[in-house]
Design a protein around this ligand. Structure first.
Ligand SMILES: Cc1cc2nc3c(=O)[nH]c(=O)nc-3n(C[C@H](O)[C@H](O)[C@H](O)COP(=O)(O)OP(=O)(O)OC[C@H]3O[C@@H](n4cnc5c(N)ncnc54)[C@H](O)[C@@H]3O)c2cc1C
Length: 460
């Protein structure tokens, strides 16, 4: 137990930042917590990553909402740390700063043709269909045949949203511009490609099963892609989840041709790696090389190539975090270097600076894993406080000093009450259309509604 009061700033109101704030608020430190978010809306990728047709995730939103609704954690939205306020400034006012800025960019894929028009990052597409205010309002959906590279859940989300009939998305919170955009799409075939075999895909069973339940969309797999080596057999034996995924994929092998009657198809191709995106002016196809399992579950190219005529390619090969000024960044692993959440520079811990969530350990894992992650980071922060290692570099007045700074700079920050106003506004929009809510995309409207200022009602 320490007897003084601490001011802690958390940057990023995604699940990692909210869980860290919650756990810290329940520690035995006497602490005030300010949670800074670049957007007027909280929840990070739960709002701007999770697909609109995954409403069961709402239960998690409710849990995160309950944390912030308590009122002991101060939400300060529409503040870009690094632009509106620097991390160095935060460190003057706060005893400790926790970086929870997540990941929002696409991991690179280095093959010829990747820069052609028609080749897109999955993260950008997700940001568009989830109505992120900082992304364009239109998306070029002109392809009837599409390739999606990657065999994780993001690849499934992208394929499903591309293939699904937009009227089946209408009941969700999907923004109006996105629904209109999808209605114009001529897509008939989405080809998902994985480098390795059925026992190595990263889909989770529930998400894969869901693919088979999409109306008027068939899932097509190819018997020649079903190969197993010792590594694959071990993976199936050791993991129930892997077995479930392989079983589900195998079920589709046994479909009879007359069962495939849908107007749209999602093809899952395995043991093929992308070599080149083809086309002169824009994407006209993709060249894949067949791979062969090597015994331990890894693969090698076989020198046998297949060209697929596609007019768009989506790279779903992973997310990547972005650096934050004033915080060390590992450019290779795309994370903030840390030891158990204590940020390090050249192996040395920086007192009072912490990381949690995807920025701490990379963009893998479901929302639940950000909770255990936050536990570790907060435990180390509390231990450092007890050991007297937390000291602000300035006056340490926390939000008092910081809010004066924001006001002085004319930053139109928003609060938790502002989020309540914006939620009520979105729900009202939805009610008029028999839906739970319709997302507002336009940042100015989000900000003005949150601040109770006049606005023109522009939704996107
Ligand atoms: C497409 C997609 C679908 C997913 N679907 C699921 C799913 O169905 N179920 C599931 O359990 N998990 C899902 N996940 C995983 C889940 O979203 C992550 O585990 C989780 O969001 C990571 O939390 P985080 O807080 O570390 O990062 P994020 O959620 O990215 O939150 C980071 C927050 O920091 C803010 N921020 C960034 N920079 C700054 C700055 N400079 N100043 C202020 N604020 C800043 C961002 O705006 C954001 O709000 C999905 C992920 C993706 C990408």
């Amino acid at each position: 137990m320490t007897d003084r009061h601490y001011n802690v700033a958390v940057i990023g109101a995604g699940p990692a930042g909210i869980y860290a704030s919650d756990i810290l608020s329940k520690s035995d430190l006497d602490v005030s917590i300010d949670l800074f978010e670049r957007l007027p809306a909280p929840y990070g990728l739960v709002r701007y990553g999770v697909a609109p047709d995954h409403p069961r995730i709402k239960a998690i939103i409710k849990a995160l909402f309950n944390v912030l609704q308590r009122g002991d954690i101060r939400f300060l939205g529409n503040i870009d740390i690094g632009r509106d306020v620097t991390v160095a400034e935060l460190r003057e006012y706060y005893d400790a700063v926790v970086v929870a800025t997540g990941a929002n960019a696409d991991a690179p894929l280095d093959i010829p043709g990747v820069g052609l028009p028609g080749c897109y990052g999955a993260a950008d597409f997700v940001s568009w269909y989830d109505g992120h205010p900082d992304y364009p309002r239109t998306w070029p959906l002109e392809a009837s045949q599409v390739a999606v590279l990657g065999v994780g859940n993001v690849a499934l989300d992208v394929s499903r949203i591309l293939a699904k009939h937009p009227e089946d998305l209408h009941p969700t919170e999907i923004p109006e511009n996105v629904e209109e955009g999808l209605k114009a799409s001529p897509v008939t075939d989405v080809h998902v490609f994985g480098r390795r075999g059925p026992a190595q895909v990263k889909f989770t069973p529930m998400e894969l099963r869901e693919l088979g339940q999409v109306r008027d969309v068939d899932v097509v797999v190819y018997p020649e892609d079903f190969e197993y080596d010792d590594g694959s057999r071990r993976a199936i034996e050791e993991s129930k989840m892997t077995k479930q995924v392989v079983d589900q994929l195998t079920n589709w092998v046994f479909q009879e041709p007359e069962e495939l009657t849908a107007s749209r198809r999602i093809h899952i191709h395995l043991l093929q790696q992308p070599v080149e995106i083809l086309g002169d002016e824009r994407v006209e196809g993709i060249r894949m090389e067949r791979t062969a399992l090597q015994g331990d579950g890894s693969v090698k190219g076989t020198g046998e190539y297949v060209d697929y005529p596609v007019q768009a390619v989506y790279r779903a090969v992973g997310y990547a975090s972005s650096p934050l000024d004033g915080v060390p960044f590992d450019d290779v692993r795309k994370v903030v270097p840390n030891a158990g959440g204590r940020v390090t520079r050249d192996g040395e811990t920086i007192d009072g600076l912490y990381a949690t969530g995807w920025i701490k350990r990379g963009p893998v894992g479901l929302i639940g894993s950000t909770k255990s992650d936050a536990q570790e980071t907060v435990a180390n922060l509390v231990e450092d406080a007890r050991a007297g290692r937390l000291r602000p570099t300035g006056d340490g007045t926390g939000s008092g000093g910081l809010v004066r700074l924001l006001d002085g700079r004319g930053v139109r920050y928003t609060t938790w009450h502002g989020w309540e106003l914006l939620e009520a506004f979105e729900k009202e929009l939805g009610r008029a259309d028999g839906r739970e809510r319709i997302k507002v995309v336009e940042r100015e409207t989000m900000t003005a509604v949150s601040r109770g200022e006049p606005h023109d009602g522009k939704l996107y």
